[in-house]
Design a protein around this ligand. Structure first.
Ligand code: SUG
Length: 446
C-alpha cells in the first residue's frame, strides 16, 4: 500500500452565475428560476469553503470556470458578428439556447469527471474520465473545456490517463463523480469503487430524468482498468430520483470505510451492502443509514444533508461532515446530525457547517462543488502545482473576484453585451493567476 491523500478540487463559481431553471428534476433549480443571483458572493462563498478545508488541515485544489457566455458554441449554431453581436442575437432570437450558453454550471466539479486512484487501476495509473453531461443542454457543453482543464492539471501521461467524454448519447449518459463512490481502508489502499446508475439504456423514461446509465458506468470502469473483483454497480432508487435526487450524491456519500446514505437511496440496499462487504479487501465497511422516519427524502433533498463532504481530518479518529448551513436550519436534519455525532462509537463524529447558499439555490451543495482526486506523493508532485490552493492563491482569487464579478445579476441583465467583455477580461486575467496559459479559453484562440 502506498501513502496517498484525497484532495478536493473545487470549481470556482463563474462570473455569470445565475438562476435559469435549466435542470428538470433539480427542485432547487426549478424553484429559484429567475431569482436575482449574486455572482460575487457566490464565488466568495466557494473560496471561503476552500479556505475552511485548508484551515482544517486538508489539501485543497481549485478548477477554473468555463467561458460563458459560450460564444464559440453559439457561433457553431449559426450566430455571427462580433462576440457582442453573437451574444445579443442569441439572447434576442434563441433565449433558451442563450441561457444554456450562459450557465456557470461547471462550478459543480463533482460532475466534471469520474476519478479512479492509481491504487484501484490495474495499469497503476490515475484515471479520469470526463463526463459527457448529455442530459442537460447547458451541461453538455462543459466536456471539451473540462478535458482541457484536466489535461493541464494532470499533464504527465506516464502517471495520468485523462479520457475524453463518452459519446454524448442517451444510452451513455454520464454525470461523473456525483454518481460514483469509493470505499477503502484508507486513501492509498486499493478500494471498492461503487458506480450508481439511474437506468439501463433500454429502460423507457418515466418521471424525472435518470442522468446516469449502467452502460456509461461499465464503460468508465473498463477504461479505468478497474478490477471487477473490487467494482460494484448499484441502481439508484427511482423514488429518490423522483423526489429530486438527480444525482446519487444528493442521497449518499462515502469516504474510506464509511458509506452515509438515506434509507431510500438505493434500489437494492441489501444487495449493495452484501457486495461491498464481499469485495472490501482489508477493511470492514461501515454503513450509516438515515431512516426515512427520521428524515424523509423531502427533507434530505431540501437540506442537502447527504451533499456534505465526508472527510478524515488529520489526527482525528472519526470522520467529519462538512454540511451546508441548510442542514442546521432544518429541524429534522439538525437533530439527526446532533444525535449521530454524539452517539458512542460514532463513525461520523463531527460536523462543520459551511455557507454556500448561492450554489445551493441551483441544487449544488458542498459536495457538488468538489472533485475528489486521491494522489500519492509522486502524483501530487507530477500534477501542475498552480492548481493547489495556498493562502496567497486564495487571496489572489478573492481580489480577482471582487474586481471582476458583478454584485447582482437579475434576469433583465443577462442579455447585456457588456457581460461578454467583462467575463472575457476576467477569464483572461485568470489564465495568469492559474497555470492555464494564453490559449486556454476559446476566446483567446480566435
Ligand atoms: O446539474 N444545477 C446543477 C447542479 C449540479 C449539482 N451537482 C451534484 N449534485 N453533484 C445540475 O442540475 C442549475 C442551473 C440553472 O438552473 O441555472 C444546474 O445546472
Amino acid at each position: 500500500m502506498t501513502e496517498a491523500v484525497e484532495i478536493n478540487f473545487d470549481g470556482l463559481v463563474g462570473p455569470t452565475h445565475n438562476y435559469a431553471g435549466l435542470s428538470e428534476g433539480n427542485l432547487a433549480s426549478a424553484r429559484n428560476r429567475d431569482m436575482v443571483a449574486r455572482p460575487r458572493e457566490a464565488a466568495l462563498q466557494g473560496i471561503g469553503k476552500m479556505r475552511r478545508l485548508r484551515t482544517l488541515g486538508l489539501s485543497q485544489g481549485v478548477l477554473p470556470p468555463h467561458e460563458r457566455p459560450n460564444i464559440s458554441w453559439l457561433r457553431s449554431l449559426g450566430f455571427t458578428g462580433s462576440d457582442r453581436n453573437v451574444w445579443a442575437r442569441a439572447w434576442e432570437g434563441e433565449p433558451n439556447v442563450a441561457r444554456a450558453a450562459l450557465a456557470s454550471s461547471a462550478m459543480w466539479a463533482a460532475n466534471a469527471a469520474t476519478i479512479s486512484p492509481s491504487a484501484d487501476c490495474c495499469d497503476g495509473k490515475l484515471h479520469a474520465s470526463v463526463a459527457n453531461l448529455q442530459t442537460m443542454l447547458h451541461r453538455l457543453i462543459e466536456a471539451e473545456q473540462t478535458e482541457r482543464t484536466l489535461c493541464r492539471l494532470l499533464p504527465d501521461e506516464a502517471r495520468f490517463a485523462v479520457h475524453p467524454a463518452l459519446p454524448p448519447h442517451d444510452a451513455l449518459s454520464d454525470e461523473g463523480a456525483a454518481n460514483h463512490m469509493r470505499m477503502a481502508a484508507n486513501a492509498g489502499a486499493a478500494g471498492v469503487e461503487i458506480f450508481v446508475y439511474g437506468r439501463r439504456a433500454s429502460e423507457p423514461r418515466h418521471g424525472f430524468p435518470a442522468r446516469q446509465t449502467l452502460e456509461a458506468c461499465h464503460a468508465v470502469a473498463r477504461r479505468h482498468a478497474l478490477d471487477p473483483g473490487r467494482t460494484v454497480f448499484a441502481k439508484q432508487a427511482p423514488q429518490a430520483i423522483d423526489a429530486g435526487a438527480f444525482h446519487n450524491d444528493v442521497v449518499a456519500v462515502a469516504h474510506e470505510r464509511v458509506l452515509f446514505h438515506h434509507e431510500d437511496a438505493f434500489a437494492d440496499k441489501a444487495g449493495l451492502y452484501a457486495e461491498v462487504r464481499a469485495k472490501a479487501d482489508g477493511f470492514e465497511p461501515v454503513f450509516v443509514e438515515v431512516p426515512r422516519e427520521q428524515v424523509g427524502l423531502d427533507d434530505a433533498v431540501s437540506s442537502y444533508l447527504f451533499n456534505s463532504q465526508l472527510l478524515s481530518l488529520p489526527g482525528e479518529a472519526t470522520l467529519t461532515l462538512i454540511a451546508p448551513t441548510e442542514v442546521r436550519e432544518n429541524n429534522r436534519t439538525a437533530e439527526f446530525v446532533r444525535a449521530m455525532i454524539a452517539a458512542p462509537n460514532a463513525a461520523i463524529g463531527r460536523v462543520e457547517y459551511v455557507e454556500v447558499r448561492e450554489s445551493m439555490r441551483n441544487g449544488g451543495g458542498p459536495a457538488c462543488l468538489r472533485l475528489r482526486i486521491v494522489m500519492t506523493a509522486q502524483e501530487r508532485a507530477a500534477a501542475a502545482q498552480g492548481f493547489f490552493l495556498d493562502d496567497a492563491l486564495a487571496a489572489k482569487l478573492e481580489a480577482w473576484v471582487t474586481k471582476h464579478y458583478r454584485e447582482e445579476l437579475a434576469p433583465a441583465d443577462l442579455g447585456d453585451p457588456n457581460l461578454v467583455d467583462e467575463t472575457q477580461a476576467a477569464l483572461d486575467e485568470l489564465t495568469r493567476i492559474l497555470p492555464l496559459g494564453a490559449d486556454f479559453y476559446p476566446f483567446q484562440r480566435t
